[in-house]
Design a protein around this ligand. Structure first.
Ligand code: C5P
Length: 213
């Protein structure tokens, strides 16, 4: 199983950047639950202070591009990876041309203009690969979980999409999940992230096609 977790950090200059409030707790809990279920697990983690779950191989990255490249390298190294779970809250945009020097405020009206460009969509790229692993996406929404989740599942081209409320999960030890697949949706009610992770791993295992060649 290959997973991404945590936020990404997109530099503006050597001391500033764009990031988000993802703690990595949900992704790390799922990595731990996969390992406990007997999987060989690689976890590509954005910046977080969390301890590596025992028995899990961890690759630390900062930016979305680095996360994309680490995921591609992990899949190239282990082409028979069965499952990919994209839990990371990847920044949609990065600064086009980060400054090599700290930006200085030079006067009362001095405001830097930042040009943003889109980051690669890691999950969509994995789902588009020839012979992809079975892909699970996450969606942090603010409302309308089911409709937004179904739309996102279709847009990303993945069999299972897990929707949650962004501001009700980031940084917390508990969460609630809505699992959306081609048959409809199933709610995993509010619980600690370790329990939800175990339940999600069981749901993934039930849906998984027979092991590939
Ligand atoms: O489009 P949105 O960011 O809401 O999609 C969320 C899902 O897509 C999550 O599974 C997230 O890990 C993944 N994602 C990604 N690369 C991006 C953006 C999102 O893998 N650049």
């Amino acid at each position: 199983v290959l997973l991404t977790a945590g936020p990404t950090y997109e530099p503006i200059d050597p001391v500033r950047g764009i990031t988000n409030l993802s703690s990595g707790k949900m992704g790390f809990a799922i990595a731990r639950a996969c390992r406990a279920a007997g999987a060989e697990v690689t976890l590509v983690a954005g910046p977080t202070a969390l301890a590596t779950p025992r028995g899990v191989r961890r690759v630390d990255v900062r930016t979305a591009q680095q996360m994309h490249d680490a995921v591609a390298a992990a899949l190239d190294a282990a082409p028979r990876t069965d499952v990919f779970v994209a839990v990371a809250a990847v920044a949609d945009w990065r600064v086009a041309d980060p400054s090599a020097r700290k930006l200085k405020k030079r006067g009362a009206d001095d405001v830097p203009k930042l040009e943003l460009v889109q980051n690669p969509d890691i999950l969509a790229a994995v789902a588009r690969r020839a012979d992809p692993p079975w892909c699970v996406g996450f969606a942090a929404e603010s409302e309308d979980l089911e409709a937004n989740g179904q739309a996102k599942r279709a847009a990303k081209g993945v069999p299972l999409l897990v929707a949650n409320i962004g501001h009700a999960t980031f940084g917390r030890d508990d969460n609630e999940l809505l699992l959306i697949d081609e048959r409809g949706s199933r709610r995993l009610p509010r619980a600690d992230k370790a329990s939800l992770a175990r339940a999600l791993v069981a749901e993934i295992a039930q849906r998984l096609p027979p092991r590939r060649g």
